[in-house]
Design a protein around this ligand. Sequence first.
Ligand code: FES
Length: 166
Amino acid sequence: MSRIPLPYNPKVLELFKNPKNLGKMEDATVTAIAGNPACGDMITFYLKINEHEVIEKASFESYGCAANIATSSIVTEMIKGMTLENAWKISWKNVAEAVGGLPSVKFHCGILAVGALKRAIRKYYKNKQLTPNWLHDELSFEEKQALEEEELAKVLSKRMKLEEEK
Ligand code: FES
């Protein structure tokens, strides 16, 4: 681990110190996880969705880094009151901009946050056995990246275990 502090901008640091919508939601309509417990970078998203497919509330739990917490926090703020269709259009780039930019080594943290949101939306429709015309079978960029992160984390943790066993 590097000891040099990352060049986080003040907005990221503020959201990290005082995140909005942090915590489990007991009455969530849907929850979704992105990340991998093995590497400690993990987020859970909770959405409360009403009968008009509008997100009434959103919250998250995160075991990731400052960028992960800041981006998850801002995503939950951005999507409050949005239709699922509009929330689906949010990209990790929108999120990185909303937090005032992220250091490049931290892009994946924002990608994971959006990946968790997209998974939650997909799960909502799967549970309802519905497919709106804007939701395609092909995974979005963020969903693919979240999967890649998870695969990578699995490989790394296996490798670490093998090293320990040597
Ligand atoms: Fe992995 Fe930020 S979530 S370093």
